[in-house]
Design a protein. Sequence first.
Length: 622
Amino acid sequence: MSAYDYEDLGLVAGLEIHQQLDTATKLFCGCPTAIRDPDDAERTFTRFLHPTKSELGELDEAALEESRVDREFEYLAYDTTCLVEEDDEPPHRLDREAREVVMQIASLLDMDAVDQAHVMRKLVIDGSNTSGFQRSSLVAQDGEIETSDGPVGVEDLMLEEESAQRVEEREDGVTFSLDRLGIPLVEIGTRPDISSPEQAREAAETIGMLLRSTGKVKRGLGTIRQDVNVSIAEGARVEIKGVQALDAIDDIVRQEVGRQVELLAIRDELESRDASVGETTDVTDVFEDTDSGVVGGALSSGGVVRAVPLFGFDGLVGREIQPDRRLGTELSDHAKRHGAGGIFHTDELPAYGVTDEEVESLREAVGAGEDDAVVIVATDPETAELAIDAAQARAETALSGVPEETRGANEDGTTRYLRPLPGAARMYPETDVPPVELDPLEVETPELLTEKVERYQSEFGLGAGLAEQVAYGRKMPLFERATDEGVDATFAAGLLESTLTELRRDDVPVENVSDEHLLDLMHLVEDGELAKEGVNDVLTAIAENPSLTAEAAVEEAGLSGVDEDEVRDAVSDVVERNRAQVEEQGMGAFSALMGEAMGALRGKADGEVVSSVLREEIQKRA
């Protein structure tokens, strides 16, 4: 991709960070926030959702377009699913723990909290919420973070409910899982102060660090999502949804800038050609005897072929605007929103079984010449009409440049069309949840992760690398709890950041080991009831049978501690068996005998104790 002068292009970008909070219960009910396996669902129910008007009697354009796609939504319910999640009971009050965490986040972002949090309804009828809207509340405004390219303002901080998890797409609908619905979620919106891809990534990383500093955010794939708003001076604001990885943000911004630059170049070329978009028409007759599998398959099922001529578009529909994506891909995205499998266009035909003769007949049928392009859709009559109209509308926007819209992030850094930008008509007050007073003085500002790294080095003597691993790791809250309860910091850090990783690489299912298991295990070692050498075996036993307590796992692994007399007897036997070697080598025999002594004790004794006793026994006989 070309290197761009972002200042010259007038790049303006902003972020919306969505982060799940790690609270005990959901935002508007007492259900747990644990993610379930869809196979554990006990029952299902279905809904059809339709848009409603705002208080001013307006319909949101994005919701209206979504409603044109007729789909049934199926929901997976579990033994923990309640009536609030099913939208059969009014929501409860805003969860207290979630309110406390979001106030900590407001403090870290240097934001001004509102006096009262009022819950609003945000219209969403894509099936991701059983109610047809998402509940959201403004908590704070007017914050700021620092980046190496200058400050970035933080416009607002929202507390809202997470959407249901999309499990399966079907031709006639979507299946959602209700385990995720209602998990407390914060949305952080920056001001459009970002002027380069690198600054966008740095701002996102800084906000991510601040969020993790609370120790109360969920970790893992899907628990944090970034939306990026991008525009250039002659382009338009585009909202890109669902960027999963922080390290993808700068590439997403670069790719979107490139897309807008190419669309503007296409606009200029179309203007120079005096291009226009024609009317849609039925061209089924052209393909009556076609050998094209796609077109012929549609016709044999009672379908039709609809076409639209694009005058002056020849060569531009197939022009690449992002890697492996063309203007034709944009038209296809719009057609797919209405159920079509995609489009064909004359910049790529003849191909796919469509012949030269059929292309010529197609051009003649719609009045297109050599300088023009033609787009066709082949499917059932109703879908074909909606899809070709959508492609026609998108072609018309190409005449003016870059359309404002919401797009989805692809894994390769490119984006795809999702829907129009939402408007103000999608928000209206939630009458079932009373407002709550917010007091910033009720919470303490958490210690930053960067500060934790420094403290772990100075207070616990951890190396810089290990200190950073622990501070930024998922087990940081457990490390803090363990050290507060007197566990040796170096041992705790090694267990959480090294031992668990090693076992995971050996295919031990350490995800089955709970924080309580780990804390109990650390205390057993601290109290001398388990040697450090036995930790791996005990963790493996727990991972394979999570119902075991740490104490029971020690017993099952045969690693109950031994006293010093038993250690001395075992070590003495080892030295005696190797008397000749000891008499000949003296302390030179230590390393070989240490391994044998530890093996004889089978991890029941601490290595330092065994080492000390072995040295004494060797000295006696040397």
